[in-house]
Design a protein around this ligand. Sequence first.
Ligand code: MOS
Length: 719
Amino acid sequence: MTHHLKVDIPDYRNRLDDMVQGILGKPIDRFEGPLKVAGRATYAAEARPVGLVYGVLVQAAIPHGKVLEVGGVTGVLAVIHDERMLRRAAQGMAKTGPMAGPDTVDYMGQAVALVVAETFEAARDAALNLELRYSVEAAAVNPEAVEPEFPEKKQSSHGDLDQAVKEAAFSIDNVWHTPAHAASAMEPHAAIAEWNGDSVTIRAGMQMLSSNKLQVADALGIKPAQVRLLAPYVGGGFGSKLGVNAETIAAAIAAKQLGRPVLVALTRQQEFDLAHRRSETRQRIRLACDTDGKLTGIGHEAFVSNLPDEAFSEPVTQATPFTYQAAHRQIVHGVARVHRSCAGSVRAPGEAVGVTVFETAMDELAEAVGIDPVELRLRNIPEAEPVTERPFSSHKLAEALREGAERFGWSRRKAPRERLEGEWFVGMGVAAAVRVNMLIESRARVTLKADGKAIVETDMTDIGTGTYTILCQIAAEMLGLAREDVHVELGDTNFPPASGSGGSFGAASSGTSVYLACEEIRSLIATKMGCTEEELTLQDGMARAGNVAQPISQLLDGPLVAEGHVEPGNTEKTTRQATWGSHWAEVAVNRWTGEVRVRRMMGVFACGRVFNEKTARSQCLGGLTFGIGIALTEAMEHDPRDGHIVSRDLAEYHIPCHADVPHMEVHFIEERDAYVGPTQAKGLGELGICGAGAAVLNAIYNACGVRIRDLPATPDKLI
Ligand code: MOS
């Protein structure tokens, strides 16, 4: 039986709060944690099928053109240059869209050939010696030197912003630059492909198996039914595993040709070249307000880049239309087509850099008006989505700002350069957190076995976020079982297709499908108990209705199986759905060296129901850490001559390390949202990133009086 729900009307029942097992929401540890630290959770590159051989990718040494010939090596099993390897599907979101890309080399460092040998060492040696002959075509690699395209759908204008700025009591008009960012997941991309007749099984690091399966089929020219993907454990994705990458297609082509399983794993350097990047951005922000600090005009012009044929462009202004009220508004979105590595979604695409820059602009405006930056934000929160007038499905920005100010000790903040401790200027900064909320179609199967234990099966992934644990908690709560009695199986396309992990939609989408399957099983149990599902209480393996109580296992003469299937519906169109919060930072800036130390950081977030306080908090700690990276350390540099990535390892691309990350606090505001579905949970994964860097940058200004608009704020810019 399939329990299908299209979220067309608000679901005010909020049944999960009536359940009595008491496991949902609890901060329990991730089940797979011990497996991971003990090396027993096998990642994509770690399987060793019989007859495994090793492939090493060879990368283009030109930014644009064609590969005419490869050769010059002997003693290997295969040298493969196959145009199907050049195709890309960076996003993994378009379920049926074809793999993009002409069969040309489009950037320096792109994977163009695969060398396969009996050992990794032999393959690597041959790959280093492989001779490639190219025809070279002209390449533009500098986005600032290219006339951008302005896709019509991404521009909007209401009222007269120019006039509003002219007539404003106060205004600001500045330009910011953010560099390209790398996802840099801990587990580099890897794939092992193995054919059985006309069907291929691929173990790979992937975030969205159900759409990745369609993309693999499309790239190889076979039917989706001939593809099975396995990704039970994924060592982080941060967007880079949303789509299908070159190693996966290359491994499948080679395995077919050789009739043996083939492993292709990326080196850390290749990870930077071959996984997609976040685009660099140039953002001009204009803000106009009256004498009370009420916004009258908002302008946000964003310029990003991508390869000539890629549909994706960093949605920098995604949250700008609905974060603050203002009658006059203008959004501009320009895309420069350049021969740099593919740009795609990286950790909170859009808001990560858009909200961060916008929230530093708000800090500048607060100073121009002479009011507290918290107060400026509070004065400009809209009642409903501006322009469309759609109501917010839930909205807790004001609460997050007020609660945060109280908890952080905001009233102790001083004027810029007023707090000097030894050789350190110390300051505080605030920023709003905002991220769009999405629900994605998702399915899961739940089986309640005759022994009273349950199994959850779905092709959902756990990319280190805690999916195994939260899906177990939802099923255990709904079925009245101990967590040990619920077994969760993920990461196999033989299971029902799920949302996958991305865009902060994974937990709520896949969690709702498990909820629906369990609701169906509850109905089946209720029938056996002779009561309605509403009258049924399930707890500790017992079913109760009125005065009757029975062990669940005694009610069953065989397994009960149900599938849950959720789809977004009308409520997504009739309401503006987003998550909200506030970021706080206290930093010290060395007056002589310009070194910045973040001393403490805090986030207050509202994301609807929290399935597991610990995994949710961990997501936010990661988000705040990425905020430090965006503000202070992370920058992917491209060579201006040929566009190749210069900072292509973790020594050159600086992810904040332990010494950079101070004491952090995360607080959740209790919230339920009836418009997002029966679990009343919204997305959370990326909210902690959106604006976190702005709190750091605003704190830097408050400390030493320097505005940084060219990110990251490295010491050279502060002295
Ligand atoms: Mo995310 S950048 O949608 O994995």
